[in-house]
Design a binder for this molecule. Structure first.
Ligand code: AMP
Length: 215
């Protein structure tokens, strides 16, 4: 299955994508992760998008469509692709349809993760990840078993927060979501491809609802 997880920043798309990767042999394609990797490795593109990302604005359609095209033509996904944080504009949605057709694949379903804005602020400002393996945590909802130590890889004192997980950038990211990305909900609804899950529950409950939607 090839699916899109759609929802505002902090809805839990990355967390749920990680579960699907582990349980269904799917491949997560997160344009946010790809862009952060480009920044870390210091590529020209990475340098170009750094300021835009830190402010919480969207990078150009051309850049993210290029990243997805590269993955679709090279990555091997027996269990299918999870598009996480892509598409974010109508132009990206059209491009994804074209790219999938070009490689002989189709989109099976779009899962909208609905969460209210107050919950989003709390989720985003409390989250952090392991700098070594990328495992995600939250100050309230998912703390490591031993303070300062990653449950997954055992590294200590490598926890970090995203540069754009602050209140100013979050405001911009939410505006971008409502202005540019939320029209995709109508777009996929009209195509008969949209399913909605309540993203406000626990990680396990939301995961169970997504599994139901996929099966
Ligand atoms: P994310 O990790 O999905 O929250 O993305 C982090 C940041 O990367 C966003 O705030 C944008 O600046 C950029 N970004 C990620 N995906 C896209 C996309 N599909 N279109 C435009 N910008 C994106």
């Amino acid at each position: 299955m090839n699916i899109i997880l759609i929802g505002p920043p902090g809805a839990g798309k990355g967390t749920q994508a990680a579960t699907l990767v582990a349980t269904r042999n799917m491949v997560q394609l997160s344009t946010g992760d790809m862009l952060r990797a480009a920044r870390t490795s210091g590529t020209e593109m990475g340098k170009m998008v750094a300021g835009v990302m830190d402010r919480g604005e969207l990078v150009t359609d051309e850049i993210v469509i290029g990243l997805i095209e590269e993955q679709l033509t090279t990555a091997d996904a027996a269990g299918g692709f999870i598009f996480d944080g892509f598409p974010r504009t109508l132009a990206q949605a059209d491009a994804l349809g074209d790219l999938l057709a070009k490689v002989g694949k189709k989109l099976d379903t779009v899962i909208q993760m609905a969460v209210d804005d107050t919950a989003l602020v709390k989720r985003i400002t409390g989250r952090f990840t392991c700098g070594n393996c990328g495992e995600g945590y939250h100050e309230e909802f998912k703390t490591p078993a031993v303070e300062g130590k990653c449950d997954k890889c055992g590294e200590t004192d490598t926890f970090k927060k995203r540069a754009d997980d602050n209140e100013d950038a979050l405001k911009t990211r939410l505006m971008a979501y409502y202005k540019d990305t939320s029209p995709l909900i109508g777009y996929y609804y009209a195509k008969g491809q949209l399913q909605q899950v309540d993203g406000l529950g626990s990680i396990e409950n939301v995961g169970a609802d997504i599994a139901k939607a996929l099966d």
